[in-house]
Design a protein around this ligand. Structure first.
Ligand SMILES: [Zn+2]
Length: 259
């Protein structure tokens, strides 16, 4: 068994749970692997499942992914019963469970749509995390933040390191039915341009080279949202980073000032 991958997956799940970002069976994680080396197929392995929509671009790809209904708090202690290693087969029309539990999360279309785009355009990107951080969800529920520019302005000007750590910023999608192909398609397109995508009134999705970086994105964004909410309580007496301050700070890090 490949303990390193399982350990990283469990650590990520534990972090989401401990921060209160993954209540009950909320949230899901996927990681694209090169192969199934180190994973022994157990009893009942090789179950085959049909995809809700086909992904020919991902035929032959391997993913470690959370199983449908699994809880982040359980993954920490019982990984094999809550996550599964799957291989995409039959020209992307099916997937086979090679290890652990399946079927995969109901958000499988969103995860695979993102991975599909990445395999072509950003092959170094392998990790997708969807989760429910409260401050980010509240921000995505405010009318003024349905406008991407307003959302980026609010979060980027609250703390200098937000733009440094997340230079591509945030996208916001309208409310779309969870698990739908439409949500997956729009998420994949938004993540090619932005670091984090808000699913309005629902949660966020990050995408990065590995699980640690995907988690960093959410952690930095949630801190910025928390600071923004706290500052809002002092309406008359707050300052925010102005253009000049942001530009001179970002210049030091070689990051272009654009929101
Ligand atoms: Zn969700």
């Amino acid at each position: 068994m490949n303990n390193n991958i399982i350990e990283k997956f469990s650590k990520t799940a534990g972090f989401l749970y401990r921060h209160g970002w993954a209540e009950a069976n909320a949230g899901n994680i996927s990681l694209r692997l090169d192969d199934a080396k180190g994973f022994k197929s157990g009893k009942n392995a090789k179950d085959v499942f049909t995809m809700p929509v086909s992904f020919p671009e991902l035929d032959g790809c391997y993913f470690m992914i959370t199983a449908t209904g699994s809880r982040m708090r359980d993954i920490m202690d019982y990984a094999q019963e809550n996550i599964g290693l799957i291989k995409i087969t039959d020209k992307g029309k099916k997937y086979t469970r090679l290890w652990g539990r399946a079927p995969a999360t109901s958000e499988l279309p969103a995860h695979l749509m993102v991975h599909k785009t990445a395999v072509k355009d950003k092959p170094q990107y392998r990790a997708v995390i969807h989760t429910h951080p409260a401050n980010l969800i509240v921000m995505s529920s405010l009318k003024k933040f349905q406008d991407e520019k307003n959302l980026n302005n609010a979060l980027m000007r609250v703390h200098p390191e937000t733009k440094i750590k997340l230079p591509r910023g945030f996208a916001v999608l309208p409310y779309i039915i969870p698990g739908s192909v439409e949500l997956g398609d729009m998420t994949a397109r938004a993540l090619m341009k932005r670091d984090l995508v808000f699913w309005s009134m629902h949660g966020v999705v990050s995408f990065a080279e590995n699980l640690e970086n995907a988690l960093d994105i959410i952690e930095v964004a949630e801190k910025a949202a928390q600071l923004y909410m706290m500052k809002c309580q002092f309406n008359d007496d707050i300052i925010r980073l102005e253009d000049k301050q942001m530009k001179s700070t970002l210049d030091c890090f070689g990051i272009k000032f654009e929101i």
